[in-house]
Design a protein around this ligand. Structure first.
Ligand code: GDP
Ligand code: MG
Length: 230
């Protein structure tokens, strides 16, 4: 997917940034049927505002933002499908090496909910079995048009080992929380040893060589000049 990450389609990096460089970099995906609000969720997270339809100037394909999770600076590098899902042609390279994903359906569309199993299979097969996924029931603000109850979606999430939140890219409700909860779970897994950031394709990179030295003294290398990821 050559267009992803180009400046033209990039929302840019959102501050604040750690003065010491970022501790980690996680690759995140946003997946789910077309029209569920994936691009709006990404836009709301990065820009803190709703992307209204008249604004076509920003092609939301890729964005990054630094967040602070429990004192650690994590740079999220987030990939949006850039409309590929409309043609059911989301490529392997899109999934490769992702550490986390937002799996999005629209609470007012049962069809988008019914498609979740397929998205989940693809994510686990094409990204990693260990990918940390948060299910997002988006358009929470349209409660009167709801076709999927909170309860059934939370059961689905439990059965499939997903975290779950209902979100609104329109009001911003739970948008930041979705990204942060997913990042927190990945950090917890790193700390417990369940996830190894040094494994190829983990979707995780250290932003700070010194941190790597602290965490695994046997594999320590001489500290290199620190790169600020911002
Ligand atoms: P994508 O195809 O999954 O990227 O979906 P978009 O982000 O392009 O959004 C599809 C449509 O849903 C657009 O008309 C948005 O304005 C609308 N939309 C997205 N998120 C929300 C939301 O949280 N609430 C409401 N009411 N509309 C939303
Ligand atoms: Mg989109």
């Amino acid at each position: 997917m050559s267009s992803l990450g180009r400046d033209a389609g990039c929302l840019g990096v959102s501050r604040p940034c750690s003065p010491f460089g970022d501790d980690f970099l996680f690759k995140f995906l946003v997946i789910g049927n077309a029209g569920t609000g994936k691009s709006c969720l990404l836009h709301q997270f990065i820009e803190k505002k709703f992307k209204d339809d008249s604004n076509h100037t920003i092609g939301v394909e890729f964005g990054s933002k630094i967040i602070n999770v429990g004192g650690k600076y994590v740079k999220l590098q987030i990939w949006d499908t850039a409309g590929q899902e409309r043609f059911r042609s989301v490529t392997r390279s899109y999934y490769r090496g992702a550490a986390g994903a937002l799996l999005v359906y629209d609470i007012t569309s049962r069809e988008t909910y019914n498609a979740l199993t397929n998205w989940l299979t693809d994510a686990r097969m094409l990204a990693s079995q260990n990918i940390v996924i948060i299910l997002c029931g988006n358009k929470k603000d349209l409660d009167t048009d709801r076709e999927v109850t909170f309860l059934e979606a939370s059961r689905f999430a439990q059965e499939n080992e997903l975290m779950f939140l209902e979100t609104s890219a329109l009001t911003g409700e739970n948008v930041e929380e979705a990204f942060v909860q997913c990042a927190r779970k990945i950090l917890n897994k790193i700390e417990s040893g369940e996830l190894d950031p040094e494994r190829m394709g983990s979707g995780i990179q250290y932003g700070d060589a010194a941190l790597r030295q602290l965490r695994s003294p046997r594999r320590a290398q001489a500290p290199s000049a620190q790169e600020c990821g911002c």
